[in-house]
Design a protein. Structure first.
Length: 106
């Protein structure tokens, strides 16, 4: 079966059957580099339960503006276009995992 990719970020977060965890980051951001492996760990641990996406705010300023990203890293979870979670700043893995668990749709 052919995998059909969404045409846009907005289409992905509005139509995905799985919740979408989004890491808003930038290349120059130190805390973003620290949280990136934690996001990868979440992606592995919750494989099949959510999708993970990285959005570079320097490359996609319109998306960053649309979601009022003023500090990075910002981690958001969307499902069917609805914002389920929003975290700003670096978090240790246990805290990030707890937030993801609390906000995953049942």
């Amino acid at each position: 079966m052919e995998k059909v990719l969404p045409k846009s970020f907005n289409e992905l977060i509005e139509t995905s059957n799985l919740p979408v965890l989004v890491d808003f980051w930038a290349e120059w951001c130190g805390p973003c580099k620290m949280i990136s492996p934690l996001i990868q760990k979440i992606a592995s641990e919750f494989k099949g339960q959510l999708l993970t996406v990285k959005v570079n705010v320097d490359d996609k300023p319109a998306i960053a503006s649309q979601y009022q990203i003023s500090g990075i890293p910002t981690i958001m979870m969307f499902h069917k276009g609805k914002i389920l979670m929003r975290l700003t700043g670096g978090l240790p893995y246990p805290a990030l995992r707890t937030q993801v668990l609390q906000h995953l749709p049942k």
